[in-house]
Design a protein around this ligand. Structure first.
Ligand code: PMP
Length: 305
């Protein structure tokens, strides 16, 4: 359990970081957030936060869309996060949740003329998908939020109802996750993770115009796959039936990390286990996030002095 939170401008005991049931964001979903991971490196006695600045830059973009004014720059938010982790003193992998939200205790649906607040907590965290490695997946019976309804490019609290509907539909169908289609029927992403396919030794991922969250792990995978394995990524529309026929597929995201997909809509993907290209990306990713690859060490912010 976390001991502290950053709340209303200072670090407070977590039990004091409370909001009213009248809070705007609680009633209307008017907030945006980030999910950031920090990885424990036992050899170096160090906790490394992965791509910290990029997460806070995205938070700023989400806030812009929601008319939230953040009183801290991405650099200042990064310093606050490091300070929070130092106070917690975690010596294990953890997950950090910053959230910017409309804090007024009033009735009235809007984004303007409201008070913005920022809060953050950090908690120990393991894998996102439980059980054996390798996700069994359905196509969600729900469509992805549309850019002209609730923009998926912003990480908006309220839009996670869309993710929750898909995730629960998958669980109730006896599966681990759902892949969600756009309103016009193209493959978008998982309920809370981006998607990569492998076909003929090439990576494929849907474009940012297909209502995905512009994932930081997605960018990371494209960059390291090209630089380290010479693997190019085709960024293009994907149809549902193409999913059934690919050689390999995997989810990526801060929460899910790299998770092979072994079954989609009761069709076995590849030979039903993690494929060789997914394995290469998987191994490299976990070395990078723990600060073990010098070339990518600039992505890893050390917490302890
Ligand atoms: N899509 C959705 C809907 C998500 O919630 C997440 C998790 N933040 C991702 C993709 C992956 O994004 P990232 O790699 O930046 O964590």
């Amino acid at each position: 359990m976390p001991k502290y939170a950053f709340f209303k401008g200072s670090f407070v005991p977590i039990e004091n970081a409370k909001v009213s049931i009248m809070t705007h964001a609680f009633n209307y979903g008017t907030g945006c957030f980030e999910g950031i991971r920090a990885y424990w490196n036992a050899d170096e006695n160090q906790l490394f936060v992965f791509r910290l600045l990029e997460h806070f830059q995205r938070l700023h973009r989400s806030c812009k869309i929601l008319h939230i004014r953040l009183p801290y720059s991405p650099e200042e938010l990064s310093d606050l996060l490091v300070e929070l982790l130092r106070r917690e003193g975690y010596r294990e992998d953890c997950y950090i949740r910053p959230i910017a939200y409309k804090a007024d205790e009033i009735i009235g649906v809007r984004l303007h003329n409201l008070t913005d607040e920022f809060a953050m907590f950090a908690t120990p965290f393991g894998r996102y998908i439980e059980g054996e490695l390798g996700a069994r997946v359905i196509i969600s019976p729900w469509r992805r939020v549309d850019d002209n309804a609730i923009p998926a490019r912003a990480k908006i609290t309220g839009s996670y109802i869309n993710s929750a509907l898909s995730k629960t539909a998958a669980a109730m169908a006896g599966c681990d996750e759902a892949i969600v289609l756009t309103h016009d029927g193209h493959v978008s992403e998982g309920s809370a993770e981006n998607l990569f396919l492998v076909r003929n030794g090439k990576l494929i991922t849907p474009p940012v115009t297909d209502d995905i969250l512009e994932g930081i792990t997605r960018e990371t995978v494209m960059e390291i796959a090209l630089a380290e394995f010479g693997l190019e990524t085709e960024v293009r529309h994907v149809d549902r039936s193409e999913l059934y026929t690919v050689d390999e597929a995997f989810f990526c995201g801060t929460g899910v990390q790299i998770e092979p997909i072994v079954e989609i809509d009761h069709r076995i993907i590849g030979d039903g286990a993690m494929g060789p290209i997914t394995q290469k990306v998987y191994d490299l990713y976990f070395d990078i996030v723990r600060g073990k690859v010098a070339k990518y060490r600039h992505w890893c912010t050390p917490v302890y002095r």
